[in-house]
Design a protein. Structure first.
Length: 216
């Protein structure tokens, strides 16, 4: 079942809800190796996104809604998260522009472009202890699932599973980017907050896709 406008809106609303739910956890993770504002910044950004959804036209495409998220996050979220997530949604929305519904290939195109946008903006690589350590395995899993002919729901579930594993795998890493890089080996044992928020966002995408597919 291809994913359309309703799914994109549900995903953004679910993302705002999960960010709010995990705000304190994200603040704690960021306080351990960063500025401590990741959860607050994301919560403010996605709250602003939700406030604008009611004004979106009924015939808007998924790309229209995700582009709205991009521009809102860039303008409202401080620190690195705003530009990084904003670029992700912007590049991803461009990759699916004009599509009223997303099939498996379009889902992969969105995820790949979003990841590539984060790389272009942040210049991070896998192993640097950043959100890329969640996004790269997520894209790889999505590509593999699509190659196996799996459904859009299954592709997003595979991506979310891989992102969660990737976020967990940042704990033993030394950070090479951002404020955490100044800590050296003291960052070992702490999970990257951007990788964790990425996993939360991708899990929201998978769960809302499953709900859309089941008609709930």
């Amino acid at each position: 079942m291809a994913l359309g406008r309703d799914w994109a809106e549900s995903w953004l609303r679910a993302t705002a809800a999960t960010v709010a739910e995990h705000r304190s956890e994200l603040v704690r993770l960021d306080r351990e190796i960063g500025d401590g504002d990741h959860g607050e910044n994301l919560d403010r950004g996605f709250t602003a996104v939700i406030a604008k959804l009611d004004s979106v036209a009924a015939d808007a495409t998924p790309a229209d809604l995700l582009k709205l998220a991009a521009t809102t996050l860039i303008s409202t979220v401080g620190g690195a998260a705003g530009p990084l997530y904003g670029t992700a949604y912007l590049r991803g929305s461009t990759a699916i522009a004009g599509e009223s519904t997303l099939d498996g290939a379009a889902v992969v195109a969105f995820l790949t472009a979003a990841r590539d946008g984060i790389v272009a903006r942040g210049k991070a690589e896998p192993g640097d202890k950043t959100m890329i350590d969640a996004w790269t395995p997520a894209v790889d899993a999505a590509v593999a699932a699509n190659g196996e002919g799996r459904s859009e729901v299954e592709i997003l579930a595979a991506a979310a599973d891989a992102a969660e594993a990737g976020a967990l795998a940042t704990e033993p890493l030394v950070a090479h980017k951002g404020r955490a890089s100044y800590l050296g080996e003291r960052a070992i044992g702490h999970r990257d907050p951007g990788a964790e928020s990425s996993a939360l966002i991708l899990r929201a995408a998978a769960e809302t896709a499953a709900e859309s597919s089941s008609g709930t």
